[in-house]
Design a protein around this ligand. Sequence first.
Ligand SMILES: O=C(O)c1ccccc1NCC(=O)[C@H](O)[C@H](O)COP(=O)(O)O
Length: 260
Amino acid sequence: MTILDTITAYKLKEVNAKKKVLPQSLLEHFPFFDRVPISLAEALRNAPTGIIAEHKRRSPSKSVINDKVSIDEVAIGYEKAGISGMSVLTDTKFFGGSLDDLVLARAVTSFPLLRKEFIVDPYQIYEAKAYGADAILLIAACLKQSELKDYSEIAKSIGLDVLLEVHNMEELEKSLLPSVDMLGVNNRNLKTFEVSTNISKELSKHIPDEFVKVSESGISSVETIKELKEYGFNGFLIGENFMKTDNPGESASDFLKQLQ
Ligand SMILES: O=C(O)c1ccccc1NCC(=O)[C@H](O)[C@H](O)COP(=O)(O)O
């Protein structure tokens, strides 16, 4: 059993329990549900740097990364730094995040927010909108092609952008759907936790130009970003490199200065 199998099995139970307490029909009455989202894909297409900075307290591969800084401090710092968008991990059990983090980040910023979650049920897409997200993540390794199609179409129907994450050619082939805005290549192998940006470089040539290409995980240098740009990447998802510092916003700001 891989970590992804463990997480998705847990998520299915978690979502079923949530639906009993707060049905989807009620999520549609949350104030943020009527908010017009800001497109993360557009922000990346038009940005000179294209960084999506992540709020990440801990992870299965690294345990604790940073549980000292507050979400609002991180979100304000990232926006001030000039980052294109922010990824907010909302999983509690494995990453120490929550939907409260998403609401708090939304309350203090106006740039695009990605709900970083292991989506296994459409309920979580409505939840993302209700709690202030602009975009959702779908992971090809967790979902069948019919689910990727249905879930991305649901997200688009309520105005959310879709970042679809792949790690190999087989996952990429089932992910080239018109309802997907951004194709993310995860440089982290979720079975071994090994990280290599070579996977982004290899898969980039098979991603058609209509998708915004995003390289995810294990990025810690501006040289890597400059190199990945040569392969057509417009977006770069960075978590640990900023979050491991005492001041993630300042660290992101220094990183952007080096890039410009
Ligand atoms: O980060 C992990 O250990 C991990 C383990 C299992 C599933 C997903 C995982 N990470 C989620 C992510 O996508 C990363 O947080 C994101 O790409 C940022 O990565 P990094 O810059 O390496 O923190």
